[in-house]
Design a protein around this ligand. Structure first.
Ligand code: ZN
Length: 393
């Protein structure tokens, strides 16, 4: 029988220790093994249930990978998470449980204003995005649909590359976005973030803006991107707060004429939805636009403070000056894929002074429900009916 001398025993022990250490290091650094102890506990605690599904595991895995790649800990206020989970329908299944898995692990929550559920059509791919404001790094993950047929525990050890078909990280620092036009045009063409580049980068930028409040973020989630158009809607709402404020029993009736991105902000923030007849949408043809007098060339629509009880209302025809918005932002002569985001960010500086860009073109009164209906009716140009455009119909 062979006996090791004390030196051999010591060497053998060191070899074993080295092997164990090497295996531990390998486990830590092998991509796709991100599943820290406690993740399951976190999901159980957050959801209040022991019934963890593969959707929970998928959202959790996205967060765990983001924490590793973007270097943050649970609950970091510098981090924004976004997803279309809940909108995407995969194999006939809705995907909302991913949201809780994501929140349980990252600590990004709706109440902390750093979990945004971004509207998308149900047939679009399921994705998760994370942005670390401290480093300007953004991570985009697109789910591999096949993992939703697995058991939740399968995801604990499955390689990240098998769980996500796209894993992309980019620095989205604003100056870089505005100066590296060629590089960013190429990244947008190659759909580095699955075609969601403008959407996710813009929302992350406005989320980082100190003037941005959650009511605007609700509009951004619904509109699914930010742009000068949706910001113009937000500034019009701020203008209405001052110049046509609601009292008890009143609501806004809006005739969007012409329609643009602003109208999504009204539906979300004022609950002036199309389905509930809070908003009617009318296009203006090129000919109709050409007939607008100079005073109405920036026309945005009709805004009526309506009292349902008395069937009366006070109305304003409002205009919005995009030339002014571009001038204030210093973007009038700029080109590039993210110039609109710079303009939109600048517009947030004026939420207390909306009159710089919003103006009243005409005031009017409505004295009956049928008078209101006459403006909303199909085939009627409300600007002609109100005399904003003189020769018409
Ligand atoms: Zn828009």
């Amino acid at each position: 029988m062979y006996c090791m001398n004390p030196l051999e025993r010591a060497c053998s022990k060191m070899r074993k220790t080295r092997t164990v250490l090497a295996v531990m290091l390998l486990l830590i650094f092998i991509p796709g093994t991100v599943w820290a102890a406690g993740i399951t506990d976190d999901i159980e605690a957050y959801t209040g249930t022991k019934n963890i599904t593969v959707q929970h595991a998928l959202g959790a895995k996205a967060s765990a990978l983001a924490m590793e790649k973007l270097h943050f800990n649970k609950g970091d206020e510098n981090v924004l998470a976004m997803t279309n989970a809940g909108c995407a329908v995969i194999g006939g299944q809705t995907t909302e449980k991913c949201v809780d898995g994501l929140a349980a692990v990252s600590g990004c929550t709706i109440g902390n204003s750093n979990l945004l559920l971004v509207q998308r059509a149900k047939n679009m791919p399921l994705w998760f995005a994370f942005f670390n404001k401290a480093t300007n790094e953004m991570l985009y993950l697109e789910a591999n649909n096949t993992v939703l047929n697995k058991y939740p525990t399968d995801l604990e050890t499955l390689a990240s590359e098998k769980i996500f078909t796209v894993i992309a990280e980019e620095n989205i620092e604003l100056n870089g976005l505005l100066t590296n036009n060629e590089a960013w045009n190429a990244k947008i063409s190659s759909k580095v973030f699955g075609g969601n580049e403008f959407s996710l980068i813009g929302i992350a930028q406005i989320w980082s803006n100190p003037n941005c409040t959650y009511d605007f973020l609700r509009a951004a989630q619904f509109h699914n991107h930010i742009c000068p158009g949706v910001n113009s809607g937000y500034l019009i709402i701020k203008y209405l707060d001052k110049h046509l404020p609601l009292q008890a029993g009143q609501s806004y009736k809006i005739i969007a004429c012409p329609s643009w991105c602003k109208d999504d902000a009204f539906q979300v923030i004022l609950d002036a939805t199309v389905g509930k007849k809070g908003m009617y949408v009318k296009a203006l043809t090129g000919d109709q636009l050409a007939m607008l007098p100079g005073s109405a060339k920036n026309v945005a629509g009709l805004f009526i403070r309506w009292n349902e009880q008395t069937a009366t209302g006070d109305g304003l025809v409002l205009g919005f000056d995009f030339d002014k918005a571009n001038e204030l932002a210093g973007t009038s002569n700029m080109t590039g894929p993210f110039v609109k985001i710079k303009t939109a960010l600048s517009m947030m500086d004026y939420v207390d002074r909306p009159e710089i860009m919003v103006s009243t073109i005409k005031q009017f009164k409505i004295s009956s429900a049928s008078e209101l209906e006459a403006l909303q009716a199909a085939g009627v140009d409300p600007l002609v009916r109100l005399g904003v455009v003189e020769n018409g119909e």
